[in-house]
Structures are given as C-alpha cells and as structure tokens.
Write a protein that binds this ligand. Structure first.
Ligand code: 5RP
Length: 219
C-alpha cells in the first residue's frame, strides 16, 4: 500500500475512535487498517476497559499497548465492533477475509450491537466481487466445497500455506457475480463444509468510515 493509501486508512482509523464509549469493552478486527486503529488507541488506552479480539495477531497487538483481551464467552453485551474490509458498498455490504481472520470477525460482528467499518476510498465499489470472495472451509471439505462454488459460477483458488486461527483452509473465489449479497451469503452458508463466508451482508456494517485524500466520509 502506498503512503497515500496508508494516510487514508489512518484517517478512517482515527475517526473510529469517536465511536468508543469510554470505559467499555470493544471488539477489534484484523488487518492493516485495524493496526492503525490500535496505534491510535495506544495513545489513549484508558478509554477502553478491555477488548475482544478477532485474531491471534490482533490479540498480540492489543496486549502490546497494554489492553486486556477477554474471551468473547465472558462478555454478555458488546456495544461496538471496529474492523476493516476488502471491499464495501454504500449499502454497507462488505467482502472481508483478505487477512484470513473472517471467522473471528464474523462471530464478533454477530455479537456486537454496532459494527463500525473503516476503509479507504479505493475499496468502495458499486457491486461486490472484484476482490475474490474468501470462504473458510473445514480442510477435508476443501475439494467438495470447491466443486459446489464452481457450480455457482465461481472460480475457487485454494490459499495455499494459509491455515486459519481455527485450523481451517481458505478458498478465494474469483469471478462471482454478486447482485444480491445477502442472498448469496445465505446460499453459500448452506454448503456443507463451509465454516464462514467472507460476505458481510445479512448483517452489514452499521457505519462505514471512508478515508479519503482530504478527510473521512461517514455512511
Ligand atoms: C481480515 C480482514 C480485513 O479487514 C481486510 O482484509 C482488510 O484488511 P486491510 O485493513 O489490511 O486492508 O477482513 O480478515
């Protein structure tokens, strides 16, 4: 990513701080935009009581700035989840999972009352699908799920040398036409062996923060 791209991500990440209710537990996603958010939070770590984390990588970063990381099972109410995305529409439908942490991300998204998503403006599209759709699968089902995805018109490519935090594999599905993101998410979730589909549309983001060259747009 270019310096200009990083600056856009940083702007969105800085804007996300405003959504924190002081003294609460927040959910934190994974990726370079989230890393900028964690860097910004490192200047005011006392704003949060603790965090729940979507990945081992994020857990390590949060602990490095002195933030306690709790197990999601210990939390009854999670008010806020903050994460990035690989592609987003203005309807706040997302493709996520480029960083391989989609399962933890989807679980925390489901648990949170409010999901604030940060992207740079190059990721905003009118129709999802140029970015290959990540699908996490149980390893023994990889070939079976690949065949089913191909029957839906996609071209699944196994992300070799990638084992997720949950011990699973990822297929990156190229060439899908995503006219109706919630319907496709629902359909792909029915394939036996699929753990998580990287479409976040049945439960979209509540707020999309778009970092631009001059500031941050809020959708
Ligand atoms: C990780 C994700 C990330 O949010 C997504 O890949 C965006 O990453 P980055 O902020 O590095 O562009 O879904 O699984």
């Amino acid at each position: 990513m270019s310096a200009e791209g990083d600056a856009k991500k940083q702007r969105a990440a800085q804007a996300a701080l405003a959504y924190i209710e002081d003294g609460t537990v927040i959910g934190v996603g994974t990726g370079s935009t989230v890393n900028f958010f964690i860097d910004a939070l490192g200047k005011c770590p006392d704003r949060v009581r603790a965090a729940v984390s979507s990945s081992n990588a994020t857990t390590a970063r949060l602990r490095a700035i002195g933030i306690e990381v709790l197990d999601l099972n210990e939390i009854e109410d999670l008010g806020l989840y903050i994460d990035g995305a690989d592609e987003a529409t203005r309807a706040r439908h997302l493709i996520k999972g480029g960083g391989g942490a989609l399962t933890g991300e989807k679980i925390i998204t489901a648990a949170a009352t409010r999901f604030v998503c940060m992207v740079d403006d190059t990721k905003v599209v009118t129709s999802l699908g140029k970015f290959p759709l990540p699908v996490e699968v149980i390893p023994m089902a990889r070939a079976l799920v690949s065949r089913r995805l191909a029957a839906y018109g996609g071209r699944p490519v196994w992300r070799e040398n990638c084992v997720t935090d949950s011990g699973n594999h990822i297929l990156d599905v190229h060439g899908l036409t995503i006219d109706d993101p919630p319907a496709l998410e629902h359909k792909l979730n029915q394939i036996t062996g699929v753990v998580t589909v990287g479409l976040f549309a049945e439960r979209p983001a509540d707020v999309l923060l778009i970092g631009t060259a001059s500031g941050t747009d809020v959708v």
